[in-house]
Design a protein around this ligand. Structure first.
Ligand SMILES: Nc1nc2c(ncn2[C@@H]2O[C@H](COP(=O)(O)OP(=O)(O)O)[C@@H](O)[C@H]2O)c(=O)[nH]1
Ligand SMILES: [Mg+2]
Length: 220
């Protein structure tokens, strides 16, 4: 193994250890955690704002917002009234487990049922970095094109849920949903695939049922 490959492996091993510490802390505190990933602009923040509005009366929610720089997304999330911490990665294209561990010191973790992590917009790096979450959700928006699962297979093979977002724009784009479903199921036979719009709210009831079911499974 070359030295460079070994160094990368050591960094990933260290990440796994801290992710495991995060996971056991979440388990001890009874917090359900989901990590939301996609390309920049696929609709993560818009979708999360709408999701939080619909869940916040039932669950105590906290959010970690990952971005290379800026706090614009954290401000959008804060408008829902839930506690949010912005993590700026300063150039890194993903969040890692130690960034989550540090961010947790700024959240009321003794009073949370659900922690939502919005990862840095990128279909490559975040897929490799476990954070200690219960669930990985990947968004693929209709305008991005239906070739993304072929180009970025790791992201789609490691996710638990795929949300095809901006479904309200479907008639304007040449996006083959059947083909995407077939490719993604070939990569990942356990993945749940749903179509949603954060503008018309198509698919939101199904999404909310699914996420509430998963939250309850962990909390029981
Ligand atoms: N038509 C449509 N636009 C959306 C939808 N969701 C988000 N957008 C728009 O897509 C752009 C990027 O959304 P944003 O939530 O910031 O994406 P993020 O970078 O993944 O967090 C914004 O202009 C949103 O208004 C959707 O379901 N349908
Ligand atoms: Mg965002």
């Amino acid at each position: 193994m070359s030295e460079r490959v070994e160094v990368h492996q050591n960094i990933l091993d260290k990440n796994e250890r801290i992710a495991e510490e995060n996971r056991s802390l979440f388990e001890k505190k009874g917090i359900f955690v989901f990590n939301v990933m996609s390309s920049p602009g696929a609709g993560k923040t818009t979708f999360l704002v709408e999701t939080i509005k619909r869940l916040k009366d039932k669950y105590r929610i906290g959010v970690i917002e990952g971005d290379v720089s800026s706090k614009v997304d954290a401000e959008r999330i804060a408008s829902t009234g839930v506690p949010v911490v912005q993590v700026n990665t300063g150039g890194a294209c993903h969040l890692d487990a130690s960034m989550i561990q540090k961010a947790l010191t700024h959240l009321p973790i003794d009073n949370l049922d659900v922690l939502i992590i919005e990862n840095v917009g990128n279909l490559v790096c975040p897929a490799e970095w476990r954070l200690g979450e219960n669930l990985k959700v990947v968004l693929l928006s209709i305008p991005e094109g239906d070739d993304k699962p072929i180009k970025y297979p790791l992201m789609f093979s490691s996710a638990d849920i795929l949300l095809l977002t901006k479904i309200d724009l479907f008639s304007y784009f040449n996006f083959n949903i059947d083909q995407v479903e077939k490719i993604v199921r070939g990569l990942n036979s356990n993945i749940k695939i749903m179509k949603i719009s954060s503008i018309t709210f198509e698919g939101f009831d199904e999404w909310l049922n699914e996420i509430e079911r998963r939250i309850e499974e962990v909390r029981k």
